[in-house]
Ligand binder design. Structure first.
Ligand code: NFE
Ligand code: MG
Length: 566
């Protein structure tokens, strides 16, 4: 007999997500992903000055804030075909790569590691053998026995106090937990250390952006940072050297801890290289523009179908017609009017709430498609597109992660297909994070070199009479993000954001095809229906952000759904 499980809300994510699965014979046979919260931003923008849209759209989310600011100004600049100074590109690139690094570290250690790591088992570890194992894997400076012992003592105090804080309500002792005590202790130690390390990335964002979250320094036409080599209160060499110090600290942790922890943990969960693949179409947009027009990028973009690297179709400029023409969103199974897939420039956001109807409408998230097909976005897509494009960094760090997994698991081979899985999605995020570190360092070096000859950061926009349209995109931590704007006589006429978590969390589409979360849950094992840890594993591997995915507005101010805060 099939059993229905509803997990609502999914925790350790941003926003309100409900997942329903049907389980038969210990495996998932059906799945539904439902966004349970609504926001009010796209319609608030109508009639406003396009130069201020970034400040509103940045409030879609409290996690990936900078990404909506930068994507919004890119959309308006694209509509104007406005070039921006190279310094402005590089400053934006530093902010967004630092932000991505912070986001990835927090996601693995603080939002998802506890799906795999049993904190209570770490109490049984031997700190000396734990340190030996950790030191055999990498040269991370805080792997010593003294450190491991201190972490174990802290953990004992936590557990002894009965106030478990972030570790309360975990599925401890669950039969699907497989790590030996020493590996659990190593992971818990890095969890604690990562709390300090992620802050270095936030500091970089705050130095350049004025604050974090929600940066203040972007403008349509560039950035508002003034540059001088030696004036005390602007972006000067002293500030840039401070940033460099943070980059080096982040680099040490990401390359020596994050990049080894994920494949090492993965080696104990080889089963999870078989589950969670889902939709094997991958979409990624190019990023880190190097020229004023956005025609040269440090990070590649493209579309891969059926998981086949040879199928790569590149996306290469901010004016790329292949990307621009391929995107549509369907509301057939989402709580908005209409059932046809619409291009975002003519996208509609009219609410039509029906309650949860598993064969009808059941989510506030729309279902995006690329040339009619569902696509996964995010680090797994980036690694596929990076490797297929021949990007040396993606190839190098993927090889390194696979090498660690082979060594820890004593495996002869880890094929690419293993990456198309729940555990592979985590490995891909670690690989992407290492690529981001090197990319961040490059952007810093280029900025230091460029300001020697040029200190401009802004080109003023001017808006023509009549209608213009633009799309801005960015490869955000959770994947391809695009903002679409229609401007008439200098005012916003339509605004749509097609967000990474919309791609991944969307419900069934106009052809009733499931979205990436839904497809990835199929056939997952469920050891204990009362504790569906496996559902969390697969859904968390995407790093959901439902605040981003839904941003509609009910213009009659009716109550549409009640959300119980837990
Ligand atoms: Ni709110 Fe986001 C990212 C965007 S959504 S976290 O990354 O855009 O998926
Ligand atoms: Mg949208």
């Amino acid at each position: 007999m099939a059993k229905r499980i509803t997990v609502d809300p999914i925790t350790r994510i941003e926003g309100h997500l409900r997942i329903d699965v049907e389980v038969d014979n210990g495996h998932v046979t059906k799945a539904w992903s439902s966004g349970q919260m609504w926001r009010g931003i796209e319609k608030i923008l109508v009639g406003r000055d396009p130069r201020e849209a970034w400040s509103y759209t940045q409030r879609f989310c409290g996690v990936c804030t900078t990404v909506h600011a930068i994507t919004s100004v890119r959309a308006v600049e694209n509509a104007l075909q406005l070039e921006i100074p190279v310094n402005a590109q590089l400053i934006r690139n530093i902010i967004q790569t630092a932000h991505a690094i912070q986001d990835h570290i927090v996601h693995f250690y603080h939002l998802s590691a506890l799906d795999w790591v049993d904190v209570t088992s770490a109490l049984k570890a031997n700190p000396v053998t734990t340190a030996k194992l950790a030191e055999s894997l990498s040269d991370w400076s805080l792997n010593g026995a003294h450190e491991m012992k201190a972490v174990q003592e802290r953990l004992k105090t936590f557990v002894g106090s009965g106030q478990l804080g972030p570790f309360a309500s975990g599925f401890w002792g669950h039969p699907a937990m497989k790590l030996p005590p020493d590996v659990n202790l190593m992971a818990v130690a890095h969890y604690m250390q990562a709390l300090d390390v992620q802050n270095f990335a936030n500091k970089i964002v705050a130095i350049l952006g004025g604050k974090s979250p929600h940066i203040q320094n972007v403008a349509v036409g560039g950035v508002s940072n003034s540059i001088s080599h030696d004036a005390p209160s602007v972006l000067n060499i002293e500030r840039l050297m401070l940033i460099k110090g943070f980059i080096d600290k982040l680099s040490h942790f990401v390359k020596s801890a994050y990049m080894t922890d994920v494949p090492a943990v993965g080696a104990f969960y080889l089963d999870w290289t078989k589950y969670g693949g889902g939709i094997n179409n991958y979409l990624s947009v190019p990023d880190c523009p190097q020229d004023s027009k956005g025609t040269i990028f440090d990070l590649p973009g493209g579309y891969i179908s059926g998981g086949d690297l040879k199928s790569l179709k590149p996306i290469t400029t901010f004016n790329d017609a292949y990307f621009r023409d391929g995107v549509a969103e369907s509301s057939k199974h989402a709580w908005y009017t209409g059932d046809k897939a619409l291009h975002p420039w003519v996208g509609e956001t009219e609410p039509q709430y029906t309650d949860f109807q598993e064969n009808g409408k059941y989510s506030w998230v729309k279902a995006p498609t690329f040339y009619g097909k569902r696509a996964e976005v995010g680090p797994l897509a980036d690694v596929h597109v990076g490797v297929a494009s021949g990007n040396k960094r993606y190839i190098k760090y993927l090889d390194q992660a696979i090498g660690t997994m082979k060594a820890v698991g004593k495996l002869s081979d880890v094929p690419l297909i293993a990456l198309q899985s729940t555990i592979g999605r985590h490995a891909a995020r670690a690989v992407r994070c290492a690529v981001m570190i090197d990319t961040l360092n490059d952007q810093w070096e280029k900025l230091v070199a460029n300001i020697g000859k040029d200190q401009t950061t802004f080109n003023a926009p001017s808006f023509p009479k009549g209608e213009i349209k633009g799309v801005g995109f960015h490869q955000a931590p959770r994947g391809a993000l695009s903002h679409w704007v229609v401007i008439e006589n200098g005012k916003i006429k339509n605004y749509q954001a097609v967000v990474p978590s919309t791609w991944n969390a969307g419900p069934r589409d106009a052809d009733d095809q499931p979205g990436p979360y839904e497809a990835s849950l199929m056939n997952n094992p469920i050891a204990d229906p009362d504790k569906p840890l496996e559902v969390l594993r697969t859904v968390h591997s995407f790093d959901p952000c439902i605040a981003c995915a839904i941003h509609m507005f009910d213009n009659e101010q009716r109550e549409v759904v009640q959300v119980k805060a837990l």
